[in-house]
Design a protein. Sequence first.
Length: 111
Amino acid sequence: MGGIILVIIVVFVSVMIRNVAMVALQLTGLDSPTSSFQALSALTGTGFTTRESELVVSHPMRRKIISILMVIGNAGAVVVIAGLVSSFLNVTSPLGRAAVYYPYYSLVLYI
């Protein structure tokens, strides 16, 4: 149940980050539809080769905003996957906590 709530929170935060990035791109001179599409594109990691994307990469501040969005989008994807896995995983260890064992790496993750 906690994993599902985490996913909902990550989706909500992602929408808020996209809106902030959209405004930041508008402050650099992009129009509203272009900034919205480019922010969504960078956050989800889907790249489109268009003239609009050339507008983004030709400006240093826009490049920085888009780079930050790419990193945040990938981190959000990792959190969503980890949240879903932990919500469906129910393995208990002798300590009474959920544990995931990776025998090949000799690593134990306590959740």
